[in-house]
Design a protein. Structure first.
Length: 112
């Protein structure tokens, strides 16, 4: 499988700053073993500001999308467990493919 770069976009509703997510990803051995999370600028990218935060997190990985999604959910669960002000929520992940080949994983709260 070829290496693919994903940009993870966090909804403000999660209450998790992108910097905190990137730090938690890199501290988790299982996640860090497959990819390093780093903050990237969102130049030239337009998002609905009511849906997502403007800062993206780039994660380069050569693992299946489902494994990546599981790691994203685990990082969010751990962060929510640390923060009593942000109760644990069910997360919803949606992958979007941009015309330029960019893959975005939008992470928000599952309302179901």
């Amino acid at each position: 499988m070829d290496e693919q770069t994903y940009q993870i976009v966090l909804s403000p509703d999660l209450g998790i700053p992108p910097e905190e997510f990137a730090r938690a990803w890199n501290e988790m051995a299982q996640a860090r073993a497959i990819a390093e999370a780093r903050l990237v600028e969102s130049k030239g990218t337009q998002f609905d500001p009511t849906l997502v935060a403007g800062i993206l997190i780039g994660v380069a990985t050569n693992v299946a999308s489902s494994a990546l999604y599981d790691l994203i959910k685990e990082v969010i669960r751990r962060l929510q467990d640390r923060q009593s002000t942000h109760p644990r929520t069910h997360t919803h992940l949606e992958e979007l493919h941009k015309p330029d080949g960019t893959r975005l994983v939008v992470v928000d709260i599952d309302e179901k």
